[in-house]
Design a protein around this ligand. Structure first.
Ligand code: AKG
Ligand code: FE2
Length: 533
């Protein structure tokens, strides 16, 4: 799929550009051909006029009669001419079809939009308009009624009626405001499709009166609609009941209402209370904590703690690479200690690394916590590539700089992992170190003792690295890197290092990870004596 990396999606823009220029050529050719057809038609019209004003006189001329006997061939020639005209372009289109995003991409992209909406609490109408923070005004064209309907239906199919309602409502308003223009069957959603889903969503959200009004509209538009009449009666009945007994609730007889898309039209059963909050106030699940941190740029750093953080020039204890050009080291967080190195890689190096990585990017995988298998999941939406220092001097230079900055041995480090995030690209909360003993040995190199995370792009909106357990937020800044230890000096994993990459709202986020391992660090970072050291 392509939606998981913005870098790969850029190829599509060139495919479209090429198709547009062949379409332009096609249109120019068509215009010439149409002119020929028109001239032919005019000539035939003149002949036909003469012929029909005196049919027998006309056919009395054997030449005219002969032409008339060839009538079939002449029209067949026109038919061929008209048919073959589209062939060149259509076959070009067919060739390119293999490069188009798949249905899996479309659904992935729709899910990404809904995820962005969840994480950043975005209004459907605002998102549909494409006017997002950090986006140049001209660059996004709005989502059509069709698009809004698909997004609403996706949320609906997951039982998320509160999420579905604004999308369906926006689709309906767009349809009411005027028909959409498209070619072929683009833009075919009708108000009755939208009303079908919207009325049921509204009903499930408890607004029976509005569900009734929408269903009335549906019944007028489409009197033979399979669900409209029955639902209409049911909603009317329920309104009457509600008027009779004040405390009548909406969900006591849900089985009688038919939901759009339901195979069994009676006994519609859709999961209850999907949007509800089962937990009491003041309790945040990790996911909520994660989303909260992603929304707030500053994290939970208090001014008092903040004062203890500082920045300094760092020469890696007089490391030869850094003596003349010390790094700017800045504290980002105190516990776990997270530091940032500014300007650790240059724009030129970044350009080069991206170029090396791009053709090798493939969908990132995650260890299954129980089986230990590597697989792709929605928790990690990015593509990545491993770059070896043996094949490239830039990679070798970056690795040496990481060694100098951290003072750790690079002998047991993994290769540089370059990642590019896709639409709504994220990596949900995880530890970088392995928790299963089987995985933690890493072929005798020991566990991932530390992470050096290089930001290779700015991210105009979203895409922060967050640590939900402690409330830390780190914003991507191109050319800088953050560094933390994943393990306590005792050799235990530091569970406070659980972290995540927030969904990218606007931009193409690139990072490079360098994971350093335990072996080789014994004299550089000695063990502690207690479990918590
Ligand atoms: O991209 C980020 O901000 C974090 C990435 C990360 O945690 C990882 O790749 O392990
Ligand atoms: Fe990570």
């Amino acid at each position: 799929e392509v939606f998981t990396s913005i870098g790969h999606m850029t190829d599509l823009l060139y495919v479209e550009q090429e198709l547009l220029s062949s379409l332009e050529k096609h249109i120019a050719e068509q215009e010439l051909r149409l002119q020929r057809v028109k001239r032919w038609k005019e000539m035939k019209e003149a002949e036909s006029h003469v012929a029909t004003s005196d049919p027998e006189g006309f056919l009395g001329n054997p030449i005219n009669a002969y032409h008339t006997m060839r009538m079939g061939q002449r029209w067949a020639a026109l038919e061929n001419f008209l048919q073959e005209s589209a062939e060149g372009f259509v076959s070009r289109l067919a060739e390119r079809r293999a490069l188009f995003p798949s249905e899996e991409d479309r659904v992935g992209a729709a899910r990404a939009l809904l995820r962005l909406q969840d994480t950043y609490a975005l209004d459907a109408e605002l998102l549909a308009s494409g006017k997002l923070p950090g986006v140049p005004l001209v660059s996004a064209s709005a989502l059509s009624a069709d698009d809004c309907f698909s997004l609403g239906r996706l949320a609906y199919s997951e039982g998320r009626y509160a999420r579905a309602e604004p999308w369906l409502g926006h689709a309906l308003r767009q349809l009411d405001a005027g028909a959409q223009e498209g070619v072929g069957d683009e833009g075919t959603v009708g108000a009755s499709d939208v009303l079908d889903y919207l009325s049921y969503s509204v009903y499930r959200l408890g607004d029976v009166q509005r569900a009734l009004n929408l269903t009335r509209r549906l019944a007028v538009l489409d009197p033979d609609h399979p669900r409209a009449q029955a639902n209409l009666h049911y909603f009317e009945y329920e309104m009457a009941q509600a008027a009779a007994t004040e405390e009548a609730t909406t969900d006591d007889a849900e089985g009688d209402v038919a939901a759009a898309d339901d195979d069994e039209e009676e006994n519609a059963t859709v999961p209850d209370g999907v949007e509800g909050h089962p937990k009491g106030d003041g309790y945040f699940s990790e996911k909520e904590e994660y989303e909260l941190l992603c929304r707030s740029a500053s994290g939970l750093m208090t001014p008092r703690r903040q004062r203890l953080l500082s920045c300094r020039y760092w020469d890696g204890r007089r490391h030869p690479l850094l003596i003349l050009a010390p790094l700017m080291e800045e504290d980002e967080w105190d516990r776990p200690r997270i530091v940032r190195y500014h300007a650790i890689v240059s724009d030129e190096e970044i350009r080069h690394v991206k170029e090396l990585a791009k053709p090798r990017l493939s969908r990132a995988t995650v260890f299954h916590p129980i089986t230990g298998e590597l697989r792709t999941t929605n928790n990690r939406i990015s593509k990545s590539a491993w770059l070896s220092e043996d094949e490239n001097a830039t990679i070798a230079r970056i690795n040496r700089r990481i060694g100098a900055a951290t003072g750790l041995s690079m002998e047991t480090a993994e290769e540089l992992q370059v990642a590019n995030y896709g639409m709504g690209g994220q990596y949900e909360p995880h530890y970088d170190f392995a928790r299963r003993i089987q995985d933690a040995s890493y072929d005798g190199k020991g566990n991932r003792v530390a992470t050096f995370l290089i930001y290779m792009s700015e991210v105009p909106a979203g895409g922060a690295t967050v640590f939900p357990g402690v409330g830390a937020t780190v914003l991507p800044k191109k050319g800088s890197a953050v560094f933390w230890h994943n393990m306590l000096a005792s050799g235990e994993g530091d569970y406070d290092t659980r972290h995540a990459a927030c969904p990218v709202l606007v931009g193409s986020k690139w990072v490079a990870n360098k994971w350093l391992h335990e072996r080789g660090q014994e004299f550089r970072r000695p063990c502690g004596l207690t479990e918590l050291d």
